[in-house]
Design a protein around this ligand. Sequence first.
Ligand code: G6P
Length: 613
Amino acid sequence: MCGIVAYTGPREVYPILIKGLKRLEYRGYDSAGIALINNGMNVYKKAGKVADLDESVQGKDLGGHTGMGHTRWATHGEPNDRNAHPHTSQAGDLAIIHNGIIENYASLKEALIERGHEFKSDTDTEVLIHLIENIQKNTGESLEESVRLALSEVVGAYAIVILSKSNPGVLIGARKGSPMVVGLGEGEGEFFIASDATPIVEYTRNVVYLNDSEIAIIKDGELTIKTVSNETQTPYIHELEISLEALEKGGYPHFMLKEIFEQPKSILDSFRGRIHHEHLKIVMAGINQYEEKLKNIKRILIVGCGTSWHAGLVGEYLMEELARIPVEVEYASEFRYRNPIIGEDDFVIAISQSGETADTLAAIALAKEKGATIFGICNVVGSSIPRTTHAGAYTHAGPEIGVASTKAFTAQVTALILMSLSIGHKRGVITDNRMRELLTELETIPAKVEKTLKSDDYIKGLAEKFMYAKNFLYLGRGVGFPVALEGALKLKEISYIHAEGYPAAEMKHGPIALIDEEMPVVVIATQRNHYEKVVSNIQEVKARKGTIIAIVTEGDKVVKGIADYVIEIPDTEEAFMPLIATIPLQLLSYHIAVLRGCNVDQPRNLAKSVTVE
Ligand code: G6P
């Protein structure tokens, strides 16, 4: 939700900002803007994409060595030029960019209006910069102290950067609930601030992740970190591991396609080094340290949102099947708004690609407060969730830039497989022989995914046939059900075709009424479990003239005989099937969306990292 980038140092600032904003655009793309210090403050902002901003500023004064940029996902106020960030103070000396929500903005605004402040936008953000200005004027305090005092009055979530015309070369960043990272440049006095490391990695590998309620003050070529309650902090410098190539499209037309095709590698990376075959051991430091507790655990709760919630549903199947532990899977947003029964004996798994989803963070906070042990499965290293959980495992899928999640999903499922195998073996549910068999099979998955990707041309042909469909139904049973849900979500997200995922047997309790010759039905009909039942469900659709696209196991004969189209995937253990069966569904959505002319990597109204509740 909203991307932030700022710079001060010896280089020209504009190219750094515009390139950084393009990298951050996955976080929001309703409008974009920049502020540059160059004998005064130049602010340029515009509704639309970063490219529109770049085009509109050509020929303007873009010089300067200190500045900041923002790409917006609108929360308060329509995404027009006026509401685009940066926002300036009454006198125009100060400018702010903000990611998050100021919840008490209405009362603050009212008080400021009474003191003569006039507002130019409908945003909550503008209120904050007026508040800082007002405090500075009334107290005569320094800029950084005024920012600190203002933040102590603010309720809500924020990652902000402030620039001041009369303090050129000074950058002030602060965060609470929204991510922020400070990059320490190689040159003297060179600093970056950003929502994540993607705009920074090109220039430096040394970063400091700000914690909640911390303020980064960059002044006189030095970085100082203070808390909102005025305690000075010692910065902890991390070294970035992401590579620049991972942030580029590498010859693919879209990030999404690149990320789909990366899955043989990303799945491998998520179990690489973690399987110790000889000792039948899975090494996941986080989980190993809780093994004793997990041996006798009564239940596990899984929380997540969107695709991560779907991975959680696969996790439920895995944990119950392989470790015989009862599991409940909850939307993080729902979990926190009831009064969940949870306590010290519970183990919560929070799943999140970005590690920043506000609802998931809030669910973690609630579960923690009630004494539960929290384990995180996240992709973005150094993000908020891994820093707030008791233990966890990174998925190591590499940066996922396409807004629709693909490789992160299969990596999350891989991490859940490893956890289930480890716990199941420790609890004696999985015998040594079975463990050996399962580990050997797991290691074949990357090659099987590679083989599945070879159906790309065939799937593109299918996409041409179905690109004008108005609705799609996706059906699956058992572990195939979350796969169906994920297939439907992918199609909705990027092609704007209405799609529903349903447990195949539930179809007859409602959705069957929708079936006619206009309705393509995608069925996960792989062979291991429930096969005959799924065949019956396919017959039910065919009897009502629906068109069947079936995902079948190589060598299948029965479904091939009745389905209209089949996509073959290699056979595997039922528990590992989602890792393979999801791939054709990702490709189908991708090709349909491209054929319909949709912006696959940046679908309308969505954002990759949802940092508002
Ligand atoms: C957004 C994204 C989805 C993602 C969900 C959860 O809605 O568009 O692709 O699944 O957030 O994100 P997380 O980063 O927590 O996995």
